[in-house]
Design a protein around this ligand. Structure first.
Ligand SMILES: N[C@@H](CCC(=O)N[C@@H](CS)C(=O)NCC(=O)O)C(=O)O
Length: 247
């Protein structure tokens, strides 16, 4: 099984943490999606990561991939048991994928971290401040009301917990952290998720990716324990991002 994507993408991280939790052997092709080749477009028509390739099966979208993994490898489960809890878990995951995806990935991380490096486009300070000072705090006020007082959202770690912690890693990488004085439950919940070994390992790999660029990255990831594939769907030149085209 191959995952195309890397631990710096919250969507790819969800799938990699799920695989680690379930102990499913896999290779990783840690491409940055903008550098995907024509072959990448063939397996990812929206040119997004993650992609799962399992023999003839090619899957896109982190939610779809994690649902597949949970059905194919049921232990430990990524979802709670009761229909009501399962529905709530799906909604909480969807809120994070959509709203935090918009705020943290598209409006903050892409503009502050990705665009300057990959596309040499500098961010607009007022637009960033609107996210960090108004929109994200508004979202956090809602999340704080959903956050568990202890443990995880349901009786065990599930995909919704992993999803929130994944997005807040990107907020951190873009310089924004959850203020524990204002959002104490969310801050403590995220610390608990980050301490789960499968998630803590993903943070270690994220740090390797952030700190080692270029051709040395794959070797550094291998040295840190990742099974990096020999063949890659990544090339040398970035193509325009569908997301950045939306500005
Ligand atoms: N709904 C998708 C979103 C995936 C996504 O947007 N991934 C980003 C990386 S964080 C990407 O590949 N972006 C490339 C681009 O926008 O061109 C999922 O859940 O997998």
């Amino acid at each position: 099984m191959l995952i195309i994507g890397n631990h710096v993408s919250p969507y790819a991280r969800k799938t990699l943490v799920a695989l680690a939790l379930k102990g499913v052997a896999h290779e990783i092709d840690p491409i940055v999606p903008f550098y995907g080749t024509g072959e990448f477009t063939r397996v990812s028509p929206l040119r997004r990561i993650p992609v799962l390739i399992d023999k003839d099966l090619v899957l896109n979208d982190s939610t779809v991939i994690c649902e597949y993994l949970d059905e194919a490898y049921p232990e430990p489960p990524l979802m709670p048991k009761s229909p009501a809890d399962r529905a709530r878990a799906r909604w909480l995951e969807e809120y994070a994928d959509s709203r935090l995806g918009d705020l943290i990935i598209w409006r903050l991380f892409y503009r502050k971290v990705v665009a300057p490096r990959v596309f040499k486009v500098e961010p607009d300070a007022a637009a960033l401040a609107e996210v960090t000072d108004r929109l994200l705090p508004e979202a956090l006020d809602w999340i704080e009301a959903q956050a568990p007082a202890d443990d995880f959202l349901f009786s065990h770690l599930c995909i919704a917990d992993i999803t929130y912690a994944s997005f807040f890693r990107n907020a951190l990488l873009a310089g924004w952290t959850i203020d524990p004085a204002r959002w104490p439950r969310t801050a403590a919940w995220m610390r608990r998720v980050e301490a789960v070994p499968a998630f803590a390992d993903s943070i270690r790999m994220e740090q390797v990716i952030v700190n080692v660029r270029g051709p040395q990255r794959a070797e550094a990831m291998r040295a840190a324990g990742a099974n990096v594939s020999q063949r890659s769907y990544g090339g040398a030149t970035p193509a325009a991002s569908i997301m950045l085209d939306q500005s």
